[in-house]
Design a protein around this ligand. Structure first.
Ligand code: SF4
Ligand code: SF4
Length: 375
């Protein structure tokens, strides 16, 4: 017998992510921005962002993230933060730290910015600077001190992959020294530039297992002093993540040009006309657009998801990953061991391990660094 179909009433969006720009001074090879963002030259104006924020807040959105690219490249970031707070959002700045001067931070503090998430590429200057293709390690360390000085909870994000997984202990030590309260160790998920560099970035199973055991030992040693989140790479799991808590469930992303997206990578899916806030009201986008309704509920599902008892837990996984790996976004995310294509994921992991066995910094295929929009 089929598992019962669920058709939830559409709840309002909770989280508005304003991707202010795809520009960024760094060139991370795991960047989740679209690989063709170099062609994107049109960004919403300050007034257009104000309008999007007002509309989303009216719908019920409570959390507002400013990201990019590097949101500090927008000169109007302070104005946007101020308006977000005035509207009653909980505001979060997601940044590489480049461009966060003391005067800008002081102004944003005054305006009520609630939270800052800073990213590092590694605990060593060499690898941090190599991966970002910039000399920014010392600058980031200064920014981390500033964030503490302005009494923000210190939230640090480090993306993990083959090149830095063995540094996890040093990354944790660095975070402790910085006074980090919350450390997110997020293994690379393969979208955008990370998908281009998948073979080069893919760790070995042994690396992932070892890093996880190091994290567990550190957790036991340091207790509540710092919380550590360790996100295992999808490809090493047997069940998929509940991507975005369900398509069109809580997350509303707005790309720099105003395109509304149910997840960061959704633009990679063919045959969907994603609406734009320049010509469509946010309410209409959220409730009525084909794009946001396409994978809501479970009417779109095929087997094995359609008849699976877990479909209301993980929503069949990630649509973008299903498309990238199977060519059909309505398939089960092949990370799932119940998917007929799960073997493909295991083969990708094995292939990467074979081809990159001795690679340290100089993988068999060269790393492709992220390119910037020509704006
Ligand atoms: S991942 Fe790196 S290149 Fe991409 S937006 Fe973040 S800091 Fe910039
Ligand atoms: S078959 Fe589909 S719904 Fe069931 S666990 Fe796998 S991905 Fe989730």
């Amino acid at each position: 017998m089929n598992a019962p179909t669920f058709r939830p009433a559409i709840a309002p969006p909770l989280w508005l992510l304003a991707e202010l720009t795809y520009r960024c001074p760094l060139h991370c090879p795991f960047c989740y921005n679209p690989v063709d963002s170099a062609n994107d030259r049109t960004e919403l104006t300050t007034e257009q962002w104000f309008d999007v924020m007002r509309q989303a807040r009216q719908l019920g959105a409570a959390q507002l993230g400013f990201s990019g690219g590097e949101p500090l490249l927008r000169d109007d970031l302070e104005e946007l933060v101020g308006e977000g707070r005035r509207l009653g959002f909980y505001t979060n700045l997601i940044t590489s730290g480049i461009g966060l001067t003391e005067s800008r931070l002081a102004r944003m503090k005054e305006l009520g910015l609630d939270h800052i998430q800073l990213s590092f590429q590694d605990s060593t200057r060499e690898l941090n600077d190599f991966l970002s293709s910039t000399k920014t390690f010392d600058l980031k360390a200064r920014v981390a001190r500033l964030i503490k000085q302005y009494a923000y909870p210190m939230v640090l994000n480090v993306v993990l992959h083959r090149f830095n997984l063995d540094h996890v202990e040093r990354i944790i030590a660095m975070a402790l020294e910085m006074g980090v309260e919350y450390l997110e160790l997020a293994n690379t998920q393969y979208y955008g530039w990370a998908l281009v560099n998948r073979d080069q970035l893919m760790p070995t199973r042994e690396q992932v297992a070892h890093a996880e055991s190091v994290v567990n030992a550190c957790r036991a040693r340091i207790g509540n002093k710092m919380r550590i989140l360790f996100v295992v790479p999808d490809y090493f799991e047997a069940r998929p993540k509940a991507c975005m808590n369900g398509w069109g469930g809580v997350f509303l992303g707005i790309a720099p040009d105003g395109t509304a997206l149910p997840c960061h990578a959704a633009r990679t899916l063919p045959g969907i006309d994603f609406p734009n806030v320049r010509d469509t009201r946010v309410k209409e986008i959220w409730y009525d657009s084909d794009a946001f309704n396409r994978y809501r509920g479970d009417a779109w599902m095929k087997d094995p998801c359609r008849t699976c008892d877990d479909k209301a837990k993980d929503f069949g996984g990630c649509r973008c990953q299903a498309y990238a790996l199977t060519g059909d976004a309505a398939n089960a995310d092949p990370v799932c061991a119940k998917s007929a294509r799960h073997g493909d994921v295991q083969a990708i992991v094995m292939h990467a391990q074979r081809t990159q066995q001795d690679a340290v910094w100089q993988p068999a295929q060269p790393i492709v660094f992220r390119k910037n929009p020509q704006k």
